[in-house]
Structure formats: C-alpha cells, structure tokens
Ligand binder design. Sequence first.
Ligand SMILES: [Zn+2]
Length: 241
Amino acid sequence: MATVKNARRRPQAEVPEGESARTCVGCGARVSPHDLVRLVLAEAPDGTTTVVPDAKGGSFGHGAHVHPSPECLQVAVRKGLPRAWKREVKIDPAVLARDIVAAYSRRLEGLLLGGIRGGLVVFGGDAVAEACTNGEAVLLLVAADAAAAARRSVVVKMTEAGKTLVYGDKRGLARALGRTTTGADGTKDERDGVAVCALTNVALATAVRRAWLCAVGLSTTAVSVTSPADGSPRSPSEAEA
Ligand SMILES: [Zn+2]
C-alpha cells in the first residue's frame, strides 16, 4: 500500500532516457530535472540581481537546479548558487522558498485551468469515479478536508497506486479549477468547493505532479501521499495495465 510512511522520502526517480540529469546545487545529487526546481539569475540593467524560480521552464538566463527541500535550498544559497553563478547571491533562503512555492502554486493552477479548458480534468464524485473505473484517470487531486471523498474505494485504489496528491482544501481546489464564484458581498461561495478531481492526460499529470512536488516540498503542508518511484510518462492504457 502506498503509505504515509514514505511521504517524506524524496522520490529518487531514475533519469528517463533521452533526458539529461541535472545536479542539485544543494546536495550535489544528479537526478532528473523533473525532481528539481530551476532557478534563474535575473540581472536588471542597473546590475542588481534577483533569483527567480523558473516554474514553467525555459526561462532565459543563467539557470541552476535545486531540490525543493529546505535543506538543499539552505546549502544552495550559501554555497551552490554563488559557485554556479560565480557571484555573491544575496537572498534569504526562506524568502526564496516562499517565492518557489508561490511560483509553482501558480504554475499548478495554470495547468489545472488549462486542463479544465482542454477537457483533461473531470471533477465531481460521479465523474471522478467513472474516470477511475474506466481507467481514464491518470492522477487524482484530493482536497485535504475532503475526508469522505478520500475514503471512497475508487480514490483509495488510486492512492494505493501512488496516483493521488493532496491539494489544499475544497475551496482552494475549486479556485484552482476556476469554480469559485464571488458573491456580491465579496464572500466566496463554499458550495462551489471541489473535493476531488481526476486528470485524464499523462503529460498534464506529469507536469502537475512536478509542480505539486516543488510547491508542497517547500511549504509547511504535510505531504500525505507518495509519488511513485517511476515518474516516466506513460500512455493512459499502459498506466492502467
Ligand atoms: Zn539536493
């Protein structure tokens, strides 16, 4: 069974073929870039520099990779980044951690909204159960306060297969899916909370999992579900087999 016990163990996914490994400037491990946060040194015209998380990937600039863990980030700021960029790096690791969480949380929300628009995300108990039963569901996101949904047998099965991630609360998940309405008095309508959603596309699920790892790895939110050791993309039919 996919266990809570393993939750804090850093996933040591093998580097998929055709993908070059990157070195964490914190611990020095060489791993798949999918397990690392990419940081870019951005330089303003006046010569001042800032460290920017490249959540989307491909940002221009001098990049460096680091595990989304407080330990690696501490060492990276003190030693790894100055060495990689050959210059002083003046940033508080706690501030950088917050920036990374914010950047990857935004990335996660962007991916989910795109998934909704593209018809690659379904939500609502019955729709999710159907997607799980017919093998279309690649990954589930379950709200942390959705205990009833998490106990449903279809969800438990996905969790045991390492295919469930805990995402915020019901309102947060609704917001990420663009389902929250704001009343005339400015209050959010809680009836729009979403307990669970299913991602039905492998590429989307891979991107969401990565953004989730980077956002959650550095936030104080407890990680309660494991990620499978094999993070390589598979087709839905293969994943189902
Ligand atoms: Zn590291």
